[in-house]
Design a protein around this ligand. Structure first.
Ligand SMILES: C[S@@+](CC[C@H](N)C(=O)[O-])C[C@H]1O[C@@H](n2cnc3c(N)ncnc32)[C@H](O)[C@@H]1O
Length: 350
């Protein structure tokens, strides 16, 4: 993950004014920051959680539209027979959400048309942010205590809640959503809207036909070899977005990259996927991290994969700082088996 300042700094240093693109956009930091700076920007991510959150951020509806839809959803929920939302739920769901909160979560999960409607996408993104977290510290989380950044697995969570006697808090989801909507709109969104698509980077050329030949700045952070499994770590949020089997071994395009060879081949195809979008001169800012590969290996892998994937000469212009990532919340929950992650920044022109 990188902060807004990272994007800001690289945009300020760029001589180009074309479209800014992030093919692995995650939370949408690149696209959002570029829009704030008045640049046309777009991005894609294969993970529905990333696409929903960054899409909502980069192309939000108006506050009035959100408030109206929230009232309409609340009426819809009240008008639905209670029995529809009651019934058998696994031990995980009974312990994760209070018995008055779970029906609201289930209702929103079933009616929000987040892939087709941007008001619903915005509300779904708010729900994803509030779905789980440290609810003993904040009244804005729907769930029993959980980390905010990753969804712990069902059996682990149930055991932890039971051992510690933690009970789910009684939360009114609609009240929380009204509150966080007001909070979100305190800061005005960017004047420009950016397009974020739920697309595999390898198909970005077809998905963003209107951007053909117009991208001059790519600022991105590809998935790291052997690091996070985004689908596993976000399984409860993926469930909320409609995925009924989020914990299966299927990776849905976010290949696990367990072999170095497969990893670099994947990146080569990724760069080939965005090649049709690129203008004649492009700057690539790439932050990449690894637990095993050192900076030389990463630099070499990036140069090779870019040159072959783009099918044009690539120059390494600059190497930025390397930073060790020690205390991530995800690491804390995975125990000390996990080796240290180091991130490196590279700047290329092509
Ligand atoms: C290191 S994260 C990017 C983080 C981002 N820079 C941020 O600040 O939030 C890598 C992202 O690549 C996405 N990803 C993995 N495989 C992909 C693929 N085949 N196509 C598009 N996105 C993919 C993951 O879902 C993840 O969100």
């Amino acid at each position: 993950m990188f902060p807004e300042a990272f994007v800001q700094e690289h945009l300020a240093a760029s001589p180009h004014r074309g479209v800014v693109f992030d093919p692995f956009c995650g939370r949408g930091t690149t696209v959002f920051q570029a829009l704030l700076e008045g640049r046309e920007a777009a991005g894609c991510d294969v993970n529905p959680v990333a696409a929903c959150v960054s899409g909502a951020k980069c192309d939000p509806p108006s506050q009035r539209q959100v408030e109206k839809r929230l009232m309409n959803l609340q009426d819809g929920f009240r008008g639905t027979r209670k029995s529809v939302w009651e019934g058998e739920h696994s031990e995980f769901f009974q312990l994760c959400f209070h018995r008055d909160t779970l029906p609201q979560v289930l209702y929103l999960r079933s009616v929000l048309n987040w892939r087709r409607n941007k008001v619903d996408r915005f509300i779904a993104a708010l729900c994803l942010g509030a779905l789980h977290g440290g609810s003993h510290r904040s009244p804005s989380y729907f769930s029993n205590r959980m980390p905010r950044t990753i969804s712990t697995k069902p059996n682990y969570s149930v055991g932890w809640w039971q051992r510690n006697g933690y009970k789910p808090p009684q939360r009114d989801v609609f009240q929380i959503l009204e509150r966080i909507t007001a909070y979100r709109f305190q800061t005005p969104p960017p004047e420009l809207a950016g397009q974020v698509k739920e697309v595999d980077v390898r198909k970005a050329g077809q998905a963003f036909r209107k951007l053909k030949g117009r991208v001059s700045d790519v600022i991105t952070s590809p998935p790291y070899l052997n690091t996070t499994n985004y689908r596993e770590d976000q399984w409860l949020r993926l469930w909320f977005l409609g995925n009924d089997r989020p914990l299966t071994s299927c990776t849905g395009g976010d290949d696990r990259h367990h072999s170095e060879g497969i990893y670099w081949a994947f990146l080569q195809f990724a760069w080939a996927g965005i090649a049709p979008l690129l203008s004649q001169q492009v700057r690539f800012v790439i932050r990449v991290g690894s637990r095993q590969q050192n900076k030389d290996v990463l630099r070499e892998g990036l140069v090779q994969s870019l040159t072959q994937g783009l099918n044009r000469p690539v120059n390494l212009v600059n190497e930025g700082l390397s930073s060790k990532i020690v205390n991530t919340q995800a690491n804390a929950f995975r125990g000390s088996k996990v080796s240290q992650l180091t991130e490196h920044d590279f700047l290329f022109t092509a």
